[in-house]
Design a protein around this ligand. Structure first.
Ligand SMILES: Cc1ncc(COP(=O)(O)O)c(C=O)c1O
Length: 440
C-alpha cells in the first residue's frame, strides 16, 4: 500500500535558473552550440582561481584539523576575522557571536524563512532571487507578498508603494533587500538603503539584506547594511564566498546578526537559527578555514577589482547594443554579474517567427511548447532553439515584466561577442518575418 507522503496543497517549487538546463542539453545533443547564460557560476563560465588562492586551499587541505567538525556556528577565528571586516566599514560593530556559518547561503536562506511564524510575512522584491521566494512560499503555503522594483527607476523600489503595503499588511514582519541585486545588478544608493531602514523602523520590521555580491561592484558605491542600520533596527546580512572567491562548490555562506539586543523577539529568532545549526552539527570546515588568509592578502582586492571591471565592460557592451533597439531595454547594473533585458509588453504579443528556423530547430522548439508557458518563457525557448542562448525568463524571478536575465560572466571575449551577435539577431528577428538569418 502506498501512503501519502507530501502534505496536501503544498506549493510547487520551481527554480527557473536550472529548469532550462535540460533543454540546453537537448540542443547540444543535436550538435547546436549553446551560450550558457542562465546560471551564475563563474567557474562554469571559465574563471580559474589564481594559483595563490589554490595554494592557500591546498596547504590548508594538508592540515588534518580541517577534516573535522568545527564549532556549530563556524570556525571561531574566521568569524572573528569577518566581524572585523564588517566593523572596518565604520558602521555597526559586531563580534564573532553575531556570525553563523551555513552550508552555502542557499542553506541559510532556507533556514531563515523556515523558522518564522506561518502567519508572518517577509516582503520580497519582484523580481527576486528565487531561493528567497521559494523559502517564503514553502513556509506560508501561498503566494508571498511582493514589492515592485521599477525598471524605469533602475529597478529601485517605489517607497510610496512600500509604505502602502506596510499599512495594508500588518502581517509583514520583515523585508528582503538584495544588494547588489540579482537579477538586475542594481546597487542601492545609501539614501535608498537609509529609506528602507526608516520604513523598517516605522513598522517594527526586521531587514534581511542579501549581500552575497557586496565585493563585485563596477559602477557606483557599495553601501553595506551595517553602515546605515544604526543601533535599533534588527537585521540579518547574508554573505558568502560562492561568487567572489569564487568557490560555489565549497557550500559556504554566513549570516551576520545586527542589533540582536535591541529586540527580544529578534534575539530569540537568532538563537533559534543557531540551535537549528547545532542539530546539524556544523557547516563545511575547510572553506571557512581559508577565508582569513585569502581575504587579507593584498592580491585579493586587486583580483576583485579586475573581475568587477571586466563585468562592467561586458555590461557596457550589452547596454549599447540593446538600448538602441526600440522597445527593448537594459536598465540597472552596477554590481553582481547579471543583466535584465526587458521589452514593451506589446512586443510579447507578436507571434514569434519560429517557422523561419531550420526544421531541426523548429521541431525542438515545438517539442518544448506545452501551451501553458508564460510569454517570456516562450521567448526564452525561442532564443534557445533559434539562437542557442540559454537564459532565464523574468517570470522565474516572480516578476511580471516581460523579459529575461543573462549572465555577464563569459571570460572569452570572442564567445561574449558571438553571444551578443546572436542576441542582436534574436531581437531583430522579431521585427523581420521573412528574412532568413545566417546561422539559423
Ligand atoms: C542573491 C543570491 N543569494 C544567495 C545565493 C546562493 O549562494 P550560495 O552558493 O552560497 O548558496 C545566490 C546564488 O546565485 C544569489 O544570487
Amino acid at each position: 500500500m502506498h501512503k501519502v507522503l507530501l502534505p496536501a496543497g503544498i506549493p510547487k517549487i520551481s527554480y527557473g535558473i536550472r529548469e532550462i538546463v535540460s533543454k540546453g542539453f537537448e540542443m547540444e545533443n543535436k550538435g547546436f552550440p549553446v551560450f550558457w547564460e542562465n546560471i551564475g557560476d563563474p567557474i562554469q563560465k571559465g574563471i580559474t582561481l589564481p594559483e595563490w588562492i589554490r595554494d592557500v586551499i591546498a596547504r590548508k587541505a594538508l592540515d588534518n584539523s580541517t577534516y573535522g567538525y568545527c564549532d556549530s556556528k563556524g570556525v571561531s577565528r574566521t568569524r572573528r576575522y569577518l566581524a572585523e571586516r564588517t566593523n572596518a566599514h565604520g558602521g555597526l560593530q559586531i563580534d564573532e557571536k553575531d556570525i553563523t556559518f551555513f552550508n552555502g547561503l542557499g542553506d541559510a536562506i532556507a533556514r531563515v524563512y523556515s523558522q518564522l511564524d506561518s502567519k508572518s510575512r517577509v516582503l520580497l522584491p519582484a523580481p527576486t532571487y528565487p531561493a528567497h521566494s521559494s523559502a517564503e512560499r514553502t513556509r506560508i503555503k501561498q503566494e508571498p507578498l511582493f514589492y515592485t522594483l521599477n525598471p524605469d527607476k533602475n529597478w529601485m523600489p517605489d517607497f510610496v508603494e512600500l509604505r502602502e503595503m506596510a499599512t495594508n499588511h500588518q502581517e509583514i514582519v520583515g523585508i528582503l533587500v538584495i544588494n547588489p541585486d540579482n537579477p538586475s545588478g542594481t546597487v542601492y544608493s545609501r539614501e535608498n538603503l537609509e529609506e528602507i531602514v526608516r520604513i523598517a523602523e516605522e513598522n517594527g520590521w526586521f531587514i534581511i539584506c542579501d549581500e552575497i555580491y557586496e565585493n563585485l561592484v563596477y559602477d557606483g558605491e557599495m553601501t553595506r547594511l551595517s553602515e546605515v542600520i544604526g543601533d535599533s533596527v534588527p537585521a540579518i546580512a547574508m554573505k558568502g564566498i560562492s561568487k567572489e572567491i569564487p568557490w560555489p562548490g565549497s557550500r559556504c555562506g554566513w549570516l551576520e546578526y545586527y542589533n540582536r539586543s535591541s529586540n527580544p523577539h529578534f534575539d530569540a529568532f537568532c538563537e533559534r537559527l543557531d540551535q537549528c545549526k547545532m542539530t546539524e552539527v556544523c557547516s563545511t570546515t575547510l572553506p571557512q578555514s581559508v577565508i582569513p588568509e585569502i581575504m587579507s592578502d593584498s592580491r585579493y582586492n586587486t583580483l576583485l577589482d579586475s573581475r568587477s571591471q571586466a563585468i562592467g565592460s561586458r555590461m557596457d557592451r550589452l547596454k549599447s547594443l540593446v538600448n538602441k533597439m526600440p522597445g527593448v531595454y537594459c536598465n540597472g547594473g552596477g554590481g553582481a554579474f547579471y543583466a535584465i533585458i526587458h521589452f514593451d509588453p506589446e512586443s510579447m504579443r507578436v507571434p514569434l517567427p519560429v517557422e523561419l528556423f531550420s526544421p531541426e530547430r523548429y521541431e525542438l522548439y515545438k517539442s518544448w511548447i506545452k501551451g501553458n508557458e508564460s510569454p517570456d518563457m516562450k521567448f526564452v525557448l525561442y532564443m534557445l532553439a533559434g539562437f542557442g542562448i540559454c537564459s532565464v525568463p523574468l517570470s522565474g524571478f516572480n516578476c511580471e515584466h516581460a523579459g529575461f536575465r543573462i549572465t555577464l560572466l563569459e571570460e572569452t571575449t570572442e564567445k561574449f561577442t558571438a553571444m551578443l551577435t546572436m542576441l542582436n539577431e534574436s531581437l531583430n528577428y522579431l521585427k523581420q518575418s521573412t528574412v532568413t538569418v545566417a546561422g539559423l
